[in-house]
Write a protein that binds this ligand. Structure first.
Ligand code: ZN
Length: 78
């Protein structure tokens, strides 16, 4: 098969409620695991699932050599 193909990643964006630092992680990690994490900026623990600000499906256009040629938002899931 020639031409671009597509790959997807479901990403959740969360905000540290203590300092406002933003994080983007795979949604399976944030939503399914739902565990607390330590903020790398302020050092406080918070729950990314409870502090979710957005969730999007990222689309990667992949060329015939398996290299990513473009990235865009395919869908907004929140
Ligand atoms: Zn923080």
């Amino acid at each position: 098969m020639r031409g671009n193909r597509k790959a997807y990643l479901d990403v959740s964006v969360s905000v540290c409620p203590h300092c406002g630092a933003l994080y983007a992680d795979a949604s399976w990690y944030v939503i399914t695991l739902g565990s607390d994490v330590e903020c790398g900026t302020c050092g406080n623990d918070f729950n990314p699932k409870k502090s979710l600000s957005d969730r999007v499906l990222i689309q990667f256009d992949v060329d015939e050599n398996g290299k990513v040629s473009a990235v865009r938002i395919a869908d907004v899931l929140l």
